[in-house]
Design a protein around this ligand. Structure first.
Ligand code: BYC
Length: 483
């Protein structure tokens, strides 16, 4: 293993960034550590802090065997700072500095913009842990409980990743930002998290699975865009984070697939053909398909807001500066400057939704959002609709129109139905519970959320997974509750 990527696992903070050779940084991180642990214990998973959980921990950045599994108490988890291996002679791939060597230090002229991007990314990580903190109390199985905690400890590791960048490269400002990341609080009126979706509640497990499918997928897209950064430490940090992010999306995708499987099986067994006959479906103790669609509508539309405005000078500046690229920038065949080209943007014009060509540089948020929508849509067909189709029901989950239920960007001022037909404010008020979960839908889902903590057993509304984590058998004790 090359020495510049070997992980030092001996000190307080596992790392492959040479922390031992940088006493100033080590001191800064070690003095942040106690506040971090206070945050984790106070605002991380509620309960279960003293239990042994079967978790994976990153111990290497090699593609093969980068993680090891074992029982650990969450506060003892080894949150480390891990960067993907450097790419020799890496050059900036896009924008005004295209072709120049990638920066190893912060370029002075872009310091504020870079700090902002890293802070926004960093803010989402503890936010999601806070949003999910009460879910352990209603876990549908030990397998799911373990998956929740795996997501939580890794999102917290992503916080470490951003705090490392802030403290190493941004001096005193960076240390202050690092403290603020622990101070803001999801949903808090006075000190909320920076982006809208990270202040929403995650009240139940259906919300958790939808969040990990839809919102973690925004994480994937944004991390890919930042992985293209000309600021090499950010690029390497994000490349490694993507390894972990994949498992989080798997938890969402397979979680919803298991809910659908259980619902379809129960409906078949009860001889119910009409998926809309929810008065007969719900007494079976499973979640009806129309409610699944409404929850998907909600989480998809909240997540679209995370892409910012369709037309954005912030995004244009970040691209031009070489700080944030496009999804898979290095695989796109164009000039990587975008000074002349255009990109089609869906906009609101005189009360109608139209497609317009806009300067490509201004439309980067729209483009990333389009890539996201395509990725999410293919996942829904591949993993979810196949289950419903195989069960023989005339029902398909689909993404609502991008103008539906939006609070940021072009469509914030209007209301539409999920097909993108404009609605008056009064119509929206009258009909919104057809499209989004109503209080009664949420109360029904809440009524199913009772914990199942017996190894190998699952709640009525979700099927067991096809395979265990780390190839463990079905009755494996993923969380030891007796200790
Ligand atoms: N809520 O030009 P605009 C993840 C602000 S998820 C509140 O439209 P821009 C994860 C914006 O800050 C990925 N405010 O947008 C998933 C700006 O304010 P200032 C997280 C918003 O800047 C699951 C103003 O509106 N990573 O990792 O081009 C679990 C005008 O901005 C919102 C990133 O997002 C909003 N939704 O793009 C755990 C990547 N949207 O600066 C983790 C880093 C916009 O004028 N962030 N505003 O005061 C960015 O690239 C950009 O900041 C954004 C916004 C894409 C978020």
């Amino acid at each position: 293993m090359a020495s510049d990527i070997a992980v030092d696992y001996d000190g307080l903070i596992p790392n492959n960034v040479g922390l031992n050779q940088d006493p100033r940084l080590r001191r800064a991180l070690e003095s942040w550590h106690p506040s971090y642990l206070d945050w984790w214990k106070g605002r991380g998973p509620e309960g279960f802090q003293d239990h042994l959980v079967y978790l994976r921990t990153a111990v290497s950045v090699e593609p093969e065997g980068w993680a090891k599994f074992g029982y650990v108490r969450m506060p003892d988890y080894r949150w480390g700072i891990l960067l993907a291996p450097p790419v020799a002679d890496r050059a900036i791939g896009f924008g005004a500095h295209q072709g120049e060597p990638a920066w190893q230090e912060v370029p002075g002229e872009y310091r504020a913009m870079l700090r902002r991007l890293i802070t926004v990314q960093g803010d989402t990580e503890p936010a999601s842990v806070e949003q999910q903190r009460q879910l352990g109390a209603t876990a549908p199985s030990l397998y799911d409980l373990r998956n929740l905690f795996q997501v939580n400890v890794e999102e917290a590791r992503h916080l470490w990743a951003m705090v490392y960048l802030l403290q190493k490269y941004f001096g005193r400002d960076g240390r202050e930002e690092a403290e603020d990341l622990l101070r803001r609080r999801s949903g808090d009126r006075d000190s909320p998290r920076l982006l809208g979706a990270f202040n929403e509640a995650t009240p139940d497990w259906l919300a958790f699975f939808m969040f990990t499918f839809f919102t973690d997928r925004d994480g994937k897209m944004q991390l890919h865009a930042l992985a293209q950064s000309g600021f090499d430490p950010l690029s390497r940090t994000c490349r490694f984070m993507l390894t972990e992010e994949a498992h989080h999306m798997f938890i969402g995708q397979s979680g919803i697939a298991r809910v659908l499987e259980r619902t379809c099986t129960a409906m078949r067994e009860a001889g119910i053909d009409d998926p809309y006959d929810i008065d007969r479906v719900r007494p079976l103790g499973v979640i009806d398909l129309p409610t699944m669609q409404k929850r998907a509508n909600l989480h998809f539309s909240l997540t679209l807001d995370l892409f910012g405005s369709e037309i954005s000078s912030n995004a244009a500046n970040a691209y031009n500066a070489g700080l944030k690229g496009r999804y898979l920038e290095d695989q796109i065949d164009d000039d990587h400057r975008l000074l002349d080209g255009t990109y089609p943007v869906i906009r609101l014009r005189e009360g109608r939704i139209v497609r317009e060509e806009v300067a490509a540089l201004s439309a980067l948020n729209m483009r990333l959002r389009d890539d996201y929508v395509a990725d999410a849509a293919s996942g829904i067909d591949r993993w979810w609709n196949r289950i419903i189709e195989r069960a023989g029901f005339d029902f398909r989950l689909k993404l609502p129109h991008v103008a539906f239920n939006r609070h940021i960007g072009e469509f914030a001022p209007i209301e539409t139905d999920p097909d993108g037909n404009l609605l008056s404010a009064a119509e929206w008020e009258r009909r919104k519970s057809e499209f989004l979960p109503s209080a009664a839908d949420n109360a029904f889902v809440a009524s199913l959320m009772r914990p199942v903590y017996e190894s190998g057993k699952f709640a009525s509304w979700i099927a067991p997974p096809r395979t265990g984590i780390d190839s463990k058998p079905g009755d494996f004790e993923y969380v030891k509750l007796a200790d």
